[in-house]
Design a protein around this ligand. Structure first.
Ligand SMILES: CC(C)(COP(=O)(O)OP(=O)(O)OC[C@H]1O[C@@H](n2cnc3c(N)ncnc32)[C@H](O)[C@@H]1OP(=O)(O)O)[C@@H](O)C(=O)NCCC(=O)NCCS
Length: 208
C-alpha cells in the first residue's frame, strides 16, 4: 500500500456501520496469538462493545460547543477499504473543554508505512485549526510499545502511569497517560506547558 494513495476523510453517521465492521475486526487482534494488548478488554471481550458503538453514534451528532461530542476520520484505500481511523472526543469535565481525548488504530495490512503519523497529524490540525482546542490527551496500555513510540514521535509527552490498572486474562497491565500541546493555540493560563503537564500527572483519565 502506498501512503499517498490513501485518503483521510471524516466518517459521519451514514458511514458508521462500515466503520463498526472494521473496528470489530481490528479489535479481534487485541492480545491474540501473542500480539500486544492495545485495549483494556479481555480476549473474550475483544469486539466493539455496544456502549462504545452507542457513544460514537451519539457523539458524532453532537455539536462541539457542548459535552459528549466525538469526531471520527477514516483512512481509505483507493478501492474504499478502511485502513485506519482516528477519533477525538470531548472530555467529560466542563472546565476542560479546551482539551480532548484521542483514540486510533491502523489495520494490520497497512502498518509501518507512516499512516498512524498521518492520522495523528490530521487530527491535530483539525483540533487546532477547526475546533480551537489547546491539548490532546490519550491513554495507552504501557505494554503497547508500538503505539507509545508513535505518540512520542508525534510530540506527545508522558504525563503519568498507573501500575496494575487492569487485570486481564490473568495478567496485570499498567496504563500510561500522554498529552500534546497544540502550538499556535491560545495556550495555557500559566504560559508554561511543562508545568501544566506536571500538574496533570496524577490525574486519571476517563475510559475510552
Ligand atoms: C500503533 C499503531 C497505530 C501504529 O500505526 P502505524 O501506522 O504502523 O505507525 P507509523 O507507520 O505511522 O509509525 C510511526 C512510528 O511509530 C513507531 N512504531 C509504529 N509501529 C511500531 C512497532 N511495531 N514497533 C516499534 N515502533 C513502532 C515508530 O517510531 C514509527 O516510526 P518508524 O516506522 O520510522 O520507525 C498500529 O500498530 C496499531 O493500530 N496498533 C493496534 C491498535 C493500537 O495500538 N491503537 C492505539 C491504542 S492506544
Amino acid at each position: 500500500m502506498v501512503l499517498d494513495q490513501i485518503a483521510i476523510r471524516p466518517i459521519e453517521l451514514a458511514g458508521f456501520d462500515d466503520f463498526a465492521h472494521y473496528l470489530n475486526d481490528h479489535l479481534a487482534d487485541n492480545g491474540a496469538d501473542g500480539q500486544v494488548y492495545f485495549q483494556p478488554l479481555s480476549r473474550q471481550q475483544s469486539r466493539l462493545p455496544p456502549e462504545l458503538a452507542h457513544n460514537f453514534r451519539t457523539g458524532l451528532a453532537l455539536p462541539l460547543a457542548g459535552p459528549g461530542w466525538r469526531r471520527l476520520w477514516g483512512a481509505f484505500a483507493p478501492d474504499g477499504r478502511l485502513l485506519g481511523h482516528v477519533d477525538l472526543r470531548a472530555r467529560p469535565e466542563p472546565p476542560a473543554a479546551h482539551r480532548c481525548l484521542l483514540g486510533m488504530g491502523v489495520d494490520r495490512s497497512a502498518r509501518r508505512i507512516g499512516l498512524g503519523q498521518r492520522l495523528i497529524a490530521h487530527a491535530c490540525a483539525w483540533a487546532r485549526d477547526e475546533a480551537g482546542l489547546a491539548w490532546i490527551d490519550l491513554q495507552v496500555l504501557s505494554v503497547n510499545l508500538p503505539a507509545i513510540g508513535l505518540y512520542q514521535r508525534c510530540g506527545f509527552e508522558k504525563t503519568g502511569e498507573l501500575a496494575d490498572m487492569f487485570r486481564l486474562d490473568g495478567g496485570s497491565f499498567a496504563y500510561t497517560s500522554m498529552s500534546k500541546f497544540l502550538s499556535g493555540t491560545s495556550g495555557c493560563p500559566c504560559d508554561d506547558v511543562h508545568a501544566c503537564v506536571a500538574i496533570l500527572s496524577p490525574y486519571v483519565f476517563p475510559a475510552y
